[in-house]
Design a protein around this ligand. Structure first.
Ligand code: IMP
Length: 430
């Protein structure tokens, strides 16, 4: 029995997709357990590039079953678009894809609400959501009265539910979005979503029962986190977070598989930090260093193409999220992006109101006032994209990795030096 989890420890976009792709061949089932079409990853397989958002990259391996659990919020046209893209390029999408009948569904009103509400966070600064309706759909899930799950599509009262909710939303939308908000047509939405439901039907299942049977019978599971732990709704930089448990704590609640089955947790970080959207970011480099990292790392959002904010590696944050997520080992990605820099800074502590702090603040206002305390390390200033063994990395690159590992308190298992599968260094291979 084994269950491995791949968890982002920063603000998302840690290149988890590449790692999941590499680990897939050693697993039977790949599980996506939270988030929605706000996440995105690009998978390069042979000469083909696939852009996936909801469907795990395990789908490219026909031996593996890809499962989207009830912790995910599903946007039917998005997932059908992904299925069509895959099928048109010869990828098998049949019984190797399962979608939970418990998954909550994103409807057009969620997207309107996301657009209308994002600018109105108390405190002024917008969250800067991906505007995919994620937050409003999770809000309706918790509120229950206006929620629709995938399993509801196949019940006789599906039309009534949609018409009832659309009428309620029509009363509320003008309050949020102003009097010009376009009214929702419940019947038209029903007719559109009924067709989506028919197309999705072959994939819909009770994935909780499936996964429980799978772990109990010795199948190897790989849990693929979306976003990063600092965006966790309960433990991240609230309210500048996403609406699900994107840290390691979300694996069990999102999938229904108890934590006792988890055997290995890999925490994924970049060799630096990035953030998309609003909220404090103590080590942000809004200068030529940040721009250099953005250019070298192609730091633009996969879903929204927004330029990502870039900065130095933040140990205070990474140590917190690796403890929070129960991380066993680290994977350090995009190491090659730093190769040209003569000096690299690492934030080892914060100074808040004159006090040195090494525990990540629970309050946003403290994080806003945090001044990073840096340690400077010499850069390696050598191309490393062709390196395949840890021992062949330049001494300063090894010293940087060793220092990150020491400060975060976890061993480094994997180092990525480029986007290709082959550009991966496994510590166990020397
Ligand atoms: P939402 O998830 O669309 O509600 O957006 C909430 C916050 O999470 C915003 O700051 C987004 O930029 C951020 N976010 C959501 N998904 C991702 C992701 O996959 N990578 C990085 N940031 C994300």
């Amino acid at each position: 029995m084994s269950a491995t989890c791949v968890i982002g420890l920063q603000w998302g976009d840690e290149a988890k997709g590449k790692l999941v792709d590499l680990l897939t061949e050693h697993h039977d089932i790949v599980v996506r357990y939270q988030g929605g079409a706000n996440a995105g990853h690009t998978v390069v397989a042979g000469d083909q590039t696939y852009k996936l958002s909801l469907i795990p990259s395990g789908i490219l391996n026909p031996r593996v079953v890809s499962v989207v659990t009830g912790g995910v919020v599903l946007n039917p046209p998005s997932i059908l678009g992904e299925i069509d893209q895959l099928v048109s390029r010869g990828v098998q999408v049949t019984s190797n894809l399962m979608l939970s009948d418990r998954a909550h569904v994103i409807f057009p009103w969620h997207i309107s609400e996301d657009r209308a509400m994002d600018g109105s966070v108390s405190g002024g600064e917008a969250i800067g959501t991906t505007q995919r309706g994620i937050g409003p759909c999770y809000r309706d899930k918790v509120g229950r009265a206006h929620a629709i799950r995938l399993g509801d599509f196949y019940r006789p009262d599906f039309r009534d539910k949609i018409v009832h909710i659309a009428a309620a939303k029509n009363r509320m939308l003008p309050v949020w979005a102003g009097p010009d908000a376009a009214p929702l047509d419940g019947d038209a939405i029903y007719n559109e979503y009924r067709v989506y439901g028919e197309r999705l039907k072959p994939f819909v299942a009770d994935t909780t029962a499936y996964l429980l049977n799978a772990v109990e019978s010795g199948k190897r599971l790989l849990f693929e986190g979306a976003q990063g732990a600092l965006l966790d709704i309960d433990h991240g930089t609230f309210p500048y977070v996403t609406s699900s448990n994107s840290s390691g704590v979300g694996v069990s609640s999102g999938s229904g598989v108890p934590a006792r089955w988890i055997t290995k947790i890999i925490g994924v970080v970049k060799a630096y930090n990035t953030r998309v959207g609003g909220g404090p970011f103590p080590t942000e480099q809004n200068n030529e260093i940040g721009q250099h990292i953005r250019d070298k790392g192609n730091e633009y959002g996969t879903v929204t193409r927004r330029p990502r904010r870039c900065g130095w590696f933040d140990v205070v944050a990474a140590r917190y999220t690796s403890r929070l997520s129960g991380v066993d080992v680290l994977a350090i990605m995009l190491m090659d992006v730093l190769s040209e820099l003569p000096t690299i800074q690492v934030c080892t502590a914060y100074e808040i109101d004159g006090k040195r702090v090494t525990d990540f603040p629970s309050q946003l206002e403290d994080l806003r006032r945090a001044k990073p305390v840096y340690e400077s390390l010499p850069g390696w200033q050598t191309e490393i994209t062709g390196v395949r063994k840890y021992a062949d990395l330049p001494p300063n690159a090894r010293a940087y990795l060793a220092r990150l590992s020491e400060l975060v308190g976890r061993p480094v298992d994997v180092v990525s030096v480029g986007p290709d599968r082959s550009q991966t260094i496994w510590a166990k291979n020397g």
